[in-house]
Design a protein around this ligand. Structure first.
Ligand code: NAD
Ligand code: TYD
Length: 350
């Protein structure tokens, strides 16, 4: 049996990935390693916590001793590394948290791999990364696998550093690795600090929807389940040492996304005039203008295609949030309220 660690498995993308692997890889034992920060929630994994091939471990990936102990008990054949501080706005408020988890956490795992995987070629360190490491594009340009790194926020700098460490460990110590860089994910279980779930939450609660600047910034959107299918495919069929760009070729201006969400929400609920909630607010410092991805040809050659068109995915996501109001209440704990005040009080004057 193959033993796979999924770090960050209690987060947004991680919980979809854990569920997908449990359902599709019948011979694999899946270990979720997660510190359960504000973004990690055991509720996200409720249906698979009792699964006989799934084990959960509450561990900080930067805690060397804890990772060493876990490695002795349950040594992995592959590590799918998703654990991260993932929100750009939070990285602007407290960059050191991002250095701790995204840089130190990644290097801690790599150190364990260096020690314990010596000489093994049948193992894999899979780094799940972001297109944000490549910086910001002008109109008409696209990120490709050869794009130079140019991170411009504390979040993207920490992810870029982690990617560099993964490549450095591969080159220096021969650790088999693979990196994929994906665009903006959306879908069920996304923490309501990110644009799409924040907008849906404010639509439900009829609160002003904050759009930074003029809403002209472009992000390339992909449904989380399409991303997860790509990761699972690359885990088995990707070329060791390679980098893959994952995207659904759906770049949109933020204002277009928010307007579409308003219109879909009105259509689904019978509400009217949701667009009137849109409120342009002070921009994010250093806000990258445009991300757009040309997905890796090799990924397409392996047969991967995004299966969920943007509008259909957004409609499904609105339905999910409407039917999971308890989940929303439970994840927006005291900590979230503090963050929300800090981030939006001045912007929204509320
Ligand atoms: P998320 O914030 O929803 O979840 C992160 C998870 O990591 C949480 O469960 C959290 O508890 C856990 N975690 C945080 N610090 C930890 C630590 N020190 N030790 C162990 N666990 C810790 O993030 P997400 O959106 O699911 O993103 C997952 C990964 O995918 C990240 O590496 C992110 O950079 C990458 N990514 C995300 C997107 C996106 O649009 N969300 C796009 C491309 C790449
Ligand atoms: P976000 O979901 O935070 O993802 P990222 O910063 O990683 O791309 O933001 C997506 C886009 O939406 C980004 O251009 C910033 C913008 N945005 C707003 O306009 N208002 C908001 O309240 C948030 C959270 C984001």
């Amino acid at each position: 049996m193959k033993r796979v660690w999924v770090t960050g498995g209690a987060g947004f993308i991680g919980n979809h990935l854990v569920r997908y692997l449990l359902h599709t890889k019948e011979a694999w034992e899946i270990h979720t390693i997660d510190a359960l920060t504000y973004a990690g929630n055991l509720e996200n994994l409720a249906d698979v916590l009792p699964h006989p091939r799934h084990k959960f471990h509450k561990v900080d990936v930067a805690d060397r001793e804890a990772i060493q102990n876990l490695w002795e008990k349950a040594p992995p054949d592959a590590i799918l590394h998703l654990a991260a501080e993932s929100h750009v706005d939070r990285s602007i408020l407290s960059p050191l948290d991002f250095v701790h988890t995204n840089v130190l956490g990644t290097v801690t795992l790599l150190e364990m791999a260096r020690i314990h995987w010596k000489g093994r070629s049948d193992v894999l360190f899979y780094q799940v990364s972001t297109d944000e490491v490549y910086g910001s594009l002008a109109e008409g340009e696209f990120f490709t696998e050869g794009s130079p790194y140019d991170p411009r926020s504390p979040y993207s700098a920490s992810k870029a550093a982690a990617d560099h460490f993964v490549r450095a460990y591969g080159h220096t110590y021969g650790i088999p690795f693979l990196i994929s860089n994906c665009g903006n994910n959306y879908g069920p279980y996304q923490f309501p600090e990110k644009l799409i779930p924040l907008t849906i939450t404010h639509l439900i609660e009829r609160k002003p929807i904050p759009v930074y600047g003029k809403g002209e910034n472009v992000r390339d959107w992909i449904h989380v389940e399409d991303h997860v299918r790509a990761i699972a495919l690359l885990l088995e069929k990707g070329k060791v040492g390679h980098t893959y760009l994952i995207g659904a070729e759906s770049p949109r201006r933020n204002i277009e996304i928010v307007q579409l969400l308003c219109d879909l929400y009105d259509e689904i609920t019978g509400e009217t005039c949701s667009r009137s909630l849109i409120t342009f607010v002070k921009d994010r410092p250093g806000h990258d203008l445009r991300y757009a991805i040309k997905p890796s040809p090799h990924l397409k050659a392996l047969g991967w295609r995004p299966q969920i068109p943007l509008e259909e995915g957004l409609r499904q996501t609105i339905h999910w949030y409407l039917s999971h109001k308890e989940w929303l209440d439970s994840v927006r704990s005291g900590e979230y309220q503090r963050y929300y005040e800090l981030q939006y009080r001045e912007r929204l004057g509320s």
